[in-house]
Every structure is written in C-alpha cells, then in structure tokens.
Design a protein around this ligand. Structure first.
Ligand code: AMP
Length: 458
C-alpha cells in the first residue's frame, strides 16, 4: 500500500496544502481508508485520536464540497465540545486549498441564537454534538436535506454518553444517498447495530497499530495507598519530565494532587468535568502553550484532547478498563517521538496491570517506588505565558493580525511568539515569559485591525 498522498485522486491544490501542513506520508489509517472513502464508500474505521483519523474524513468530505452552494453538505457528529473544536480546526486547515469554506461548530454551553445566525449566513460543514444539533433541528435553524457526507466520530463514546436516540433522529433527516463514515476506537455490539442500521456495505478498516507501544517506555511502581502523593513526587524527581498529563480516576483525586503540587511550588492546573466550559478551554490552551507544566485530569475531561509533543503521561491510579489505559498512554509518543508512561499502583491494583499487559500484548513489570527514591527536584518555571485577547473569530481576528500587532515597529521579537489560537469568543497567544508583560502593554496601548480589545495574562 502506498503511503504518499500524491497517489490519491486529489486536486493539486490539496496536495500542496497537505505538503504545507507538513503531512508528507499518510498514516496507517489514512492509507487504508482514504482510497475507499474517496471513491464514496461507507466506512467503519477503528482508529483513535493520534492516528490521523480526522484527516481521513476531512479530506473526503472536502473533496465533495461545492463551495458555491451554501447549504450544509457535510455533518460531523462528535461526543464533546473539545473534540468538535479540534475537528473543526483540522477541517479548516485541510480546507485551505479552497477559498471561503465555512465550517460551523454547534455545541452546548453557548447560546443558540449566535449559532443560528452563523447558520443563516450559510455553512458548508457542520461539526457538533448530537444534543445541540438536535436543538437546532427542533428550532428549524438547521436543514440537513443536502448533507452528502455524514461522519460519526468517536461513535463508541457517543453511545456510551447516551446519544443513540439523538444520533438516530439526526441521521433520519439526512438524505439516503449520503456517504456515512463511522469512526470508533472499539467495536462493540451497539456499534455494529448502528452501522447495520445506517450504513451500506461499509468497508471496514483498522489502523495497524492502534497504539505505538514500542515508541512508549512504560514503568510501573508499587506503593502503599497512603503513599501515592509522595510517590508521585518521587516519579517527577526521578524522571524529570518537563511536562506531563497526570490522570486520576476521579475528580477528588484531581483536586488533591493539584493542591498538593501547587503547595510544593509546581506549575500545575486541573481539568475535570465540573469546570465551566470556558475554564476548560483556557486550561487546555495554556497547557498546549507550555504555560504550565503538569495537567491533572480525569478521563472524561481529557477525552479527545489532542496534545502534540507530550513527553510523559502519568497514571496516578490505573484505570479499571485496559482500553482506557491504552487511550491515556497513547497521548504521548506521537509522530515518531519517544514517549514515557509512568504508573503508580497499590498491591490491590496488580491485577489491573496484568489485564493491561494482556490487552497490549506486552507484559508489564513493576518495581517498588523506594527503588527510585532519593532524587530531588526544584520545580521549574514553564517557558511561556498565555495572553488572552477579548477578540475571537466572531470579530474576524486572524492569527496574522495579532502577530502583526505584537511585532510591528518597536514591538517584540516574532520569535518570542508561539501558538496563536483563535476561538469563537477570544484569542490566546503563547508568549515567552520574559517578554509577556511587554506584550500586554503593547497590545493594551495599540490596536488590532484598527480596534482596541481587552488583553490580559492568564
Ligand atoms: P487525529 O488522530 O486526527 O487527531 O490526528 C493527530 C495529529 O496528527 C493531528 O495533529 C494531525 O494534524 C496530525 N496528522 C494527521 N495526519 C497526518 C499526516 N499524514 N502527517 C503528519 N501529521 C498528521
């Protein structure tokens, strides 16, 4: 099977766009799925975050879009708002080869009417959660009669979250001739039933390696139940990861670790399901910006989050389900980089390690935590800070406008500016810590696209 995008029947402009994005070779799921999907076949793809699955459906649906027609032509259903935002951003990147493709996200936690207004202006691609999309259908603000590509992303998660009924209702409103692409990390009976009901002769594809176990070094340490917090510090002191996601099974654990590490001077933030959506977005953006070092999270809150360049995952507790372990650990060791997974377990949890070993077909050894005790660690300052500007996509602010405002005459050096994320309601800029204050002053005294916006450091 060829792994070059050029072997696919794609417009030249898309091939050079892919090249500009640094997508040289196809990932395993892309080379097995794209040839079928581009021919219009229905697909069941077993693939996880990190496999490059988003590009499979994004490239497929974009190839079929008619930019002149402002009816909604493609619909992507996702389990969470975070995943919807990521998917919409990836579609926008992959759509750059065609001018003026509109991608709208429809998710909860925000008022309906601005979303309805965006729809009224015309949208080619809709990305959102089943609940909110149904709300729009109920209010007659969304017409699905021209949808030619329907994507169910992380379908297993959507069913787990109880979205079956919403999904069925939505699919019934789309035309029967549509192409249906179903993505799921696991393939339980309810997914089979969903496929049987809504797909025609689907081609089934699977990423060869769901989890690049060989790129990830895994170490497990036995500790007493009451020793978990000091054991976590021992891990940080011994392995010295510059950044890590620390997973807990429950949000009480998240709070406990966050407070403990903060008291010790570590740069950490919590992410759990009870936080307001906007706070979650901000925490996640700051983590991606390297504006703090350790993200303490539950599985629910971290679901679907895609973090490039994550050197380490720590399981403060082992999850009950080996699939969840594989999912957690698969967030490190991406894109050919080496990853590190560190696990803490008590005696009573040893069976979980055995189950994980069976699931990933590699037996996992463990040692006692005292074997690596003794190192000390001075908490490190994160390299960057995150600037928040009260101007988002709604104000038509683009990353280039912000970069220009920061760096123009007498401004700061462009090299000190990192990722710029423009969300619907605000923009976030990663900026080197040493010039962060200067950057705020510059923006506070200047303008972006001729307008003044509120600016603060997070
Ligand atoms: P996904 O599994 O869709 O969440 O994608 C994981 C990451 O891989 C995203 O950051 C994509 O932008 C990136 N990606 C997807 N396909 C490729 C490719 N062929 N080459 C390089 N990076 C890719």
């Amino acid at each position: 099977m060829s792994t070059l995008f050029a072997t696919l029947n794609l417009p030249e402009a898309q091939l050079s766009n892919l090249d500009n994005l640094g997508y040289q070779k196809m990932t395993a799921i892309q080379s097995s799925a794209l040839p079928h999907a581009l021919q219009g076949a229905d697909l069941i793809a077993q693939a996880k975050t990190g496999s490059g699955k988003t590009a499979v459906f994004a490239i497929t649906l974009l190839a079929k879009l008619d930019p002149q027609n402002f009816a909604a032509q493609a619909l992507v259903l996702c389990p969470t708002r975070e995943l919807s935002t990521q998917v919409a951003n990836e579609i926008r990147r992959l759509a750059r080869y065609q001018p003026n493709i509109k991608v709208v996200t429809l998710t909860g936690g925000q008022p309906l009417s601005p979303q309805a207004a965006s729809l009224e202006h015309g949208a080619h691609v809709i990305v959102g959660t089943p609940g909110r999309i149904n709300d729009h259908i109920g209010k007659r603000t969304l017409d699905l009669s021209k949808i030619h590509t329907l994507v169910l992303d992380e379908a297993d998660r959507m069913l787990e979250m109880g979205f079956m009924e919403d999904i069925s209702k939505i699919i019934r409103l789309t035309p029967a001739y549509r192409q249906t692409l179903l993505f799921s990390a696991t393939y339980p009976d309810d997914i089979k039933a969903l496929s049987k009901q809504f797909q025609r002769n689907p081609v089934q594809v699977k990423a060869e390696t769901l989890h690049q176990a060989n790129a990830i070094t895994q170490h497990s340490f036995l500790c007493q139940k009451h020793e978990r917090l000091p054991a976590l510090e021992t891990l940080l002191a011994h392995f010295k990861p510059r950044s890590a996601v620390i997973f807990c099974n429950m949000k009480v654990g998240v709070r406990e670790i966050t407070e403990h590490l903060q008291q010790r001077g570590f740069s950490v933030k919590a992410l759990h399901g009870e936080m307001e959506q906007r706070d979650r977005d901000e925490v996640f953006v700051q983590f991606k910006h390297h504006s703090f070092n350790f993200l303490i999270a539950t599985d629910v809150a971290a679901r679907g989050l895609d973090i490039e360049d994550l050197p380490c995952v720590i399981n403060y507790e082992l999850p009950h389900d080996p699939d969840i372990y594989i999912h957690r650990v698969g967030r490190t060791g991406r894109a050919g980089k080496e990853g590190l997974a560190l696990n803490l377990l008590t005696d009573a949890e040893r069976h979980k390690l055995t189950d994980i070993g069976i699931a990933q077909q590699t037996e996992l050894d463990f040692e006692v935590i005292s074997a690596i005790a003794g190192s000390t660690l001075t908490p490190r300052q994160p390299p960057n800070m995150t600037l928040c500007i009260a101007a988002g996509r709604k104000e038509k602010v683009r990353p280039g406008d912000i970069l220009g405002a920061l760096t123009g005459d007498g401004g700061i050096d462009g090299k000190a500016v990192g990722k710029i994320d423009v969300l619907d309601y605000a923009a976030y800029v990663a900026i080197e810590r040493s010039v962060a204050k200067q950057a705020v002053t510059r923006l506070a005294n200047g303008t972006i696209k001729g307008r003044k916006f509120k600016v603060k450091l997070l």
